[in-house]
Design a protein around this ligand. Sequence first.
Ligand code: PLP
Length: 373
Amino acid sequence: MQKVYLDNAATTPIRQEVIDEMVRVMQTDFGNPSSTHSSGRSAKAVMETSRKTIAKLLHCSASEIVFTSSATEATNWILRNAVKDFGVKRIITSKVEHHATLYTVKALEEEFGITVDFVNVNTDGSLDYQQLFELLQDETKTLVSLMHVNNETGVVHDVAKIASLCQVPHVLFHCDTVQSVGKSVIDLQQLPVDFLVSSAHKFHGPKGIGFAFVRKSLVLQPLLFGGEQEKGWRAGTEAVHQIAGMAKALELAYEHMEEETKYIANLKLYCWAELQAAFPQAKPNGTNTFYNILNVVLPFSAEKTAMILFNLDMKGIAVSRGSACQSGSIKPSHVLAEMLSDADLVKPSLRISFSHYNTKADIDYLIKALQEV
Ligand code: PLP
């Protein structure tokens, strides 16, 4: 059966060079990076070189990069530390954040009684920056947690603006850049965020590895207790091959960013033009969206809505309704619920997300399958 993978916001195929690098590290640098003998030292060297590679690409210092098992883990750790150890009494976030943020904030609200304020989301998915400015006039110690690119709609938030609004002594800024790291240039010398989180499997790297950027002046408390790994902040023997794979994936992402961005942006334009031709009543969800994500409402009946993903899957097509974790459920996406009218919310919204491995033929196959639903 033909396979068409158009769910790259959920995860991406691993580049062959990344797999090769990981296999090489597993074969030759299997030592424990905490061991003092040469096997340990060479594994440690692989890990520290990887850290430097990532730091150089993001324009920060290697000591500001902390390896974690995922972005979810990094976000949990940072938000909890902010409340427990930095005296944060209020979190400002938005209802369109990933559940890694929203559920952590909810747990902290229940456990520590902090105040939670939500920045309003406009119907096009953008944020109300004026309201954020006004919320920040209150001098309560605050953490702002807002994402760069929304994983469901692809709406791009103005992180430079948010970061500049957060440049006041009582405010810290945590940014979920899971969908944008490796797909756009992020310069941490120019962008004054305090914390940023990223995940390798979103930029053609392995799963189970990510990193947090923690600005130098901030000293966190451990996420896990045990050994001295990651400055004692995250105990546990490091996954050296995954770390090396992540650094390789980011390096390749930067090397090919210009041509791949252009190629993917063109595919998205093509897909939207073909969708409009086939379904003139189709509507995009969100404006100012990232070049690799297209989220559309399709003019299908309720019965077809329930069957759409199943029908596409039967034809070997992977796309998403809302975010991956919700696609099997009938609950509407929490992101689209903030943006769409009730009438549009019951229609099928599809998230089609592209990578440089996709072709126009993939899109033709998807459109044909949608016409046959
Ligand atoms: N934040 C966003 C915007 C995401 O898209 C995802 C993954 O779906 C996450 C956080 C969680 O990342 P991870 O898979 O590394 O836990």
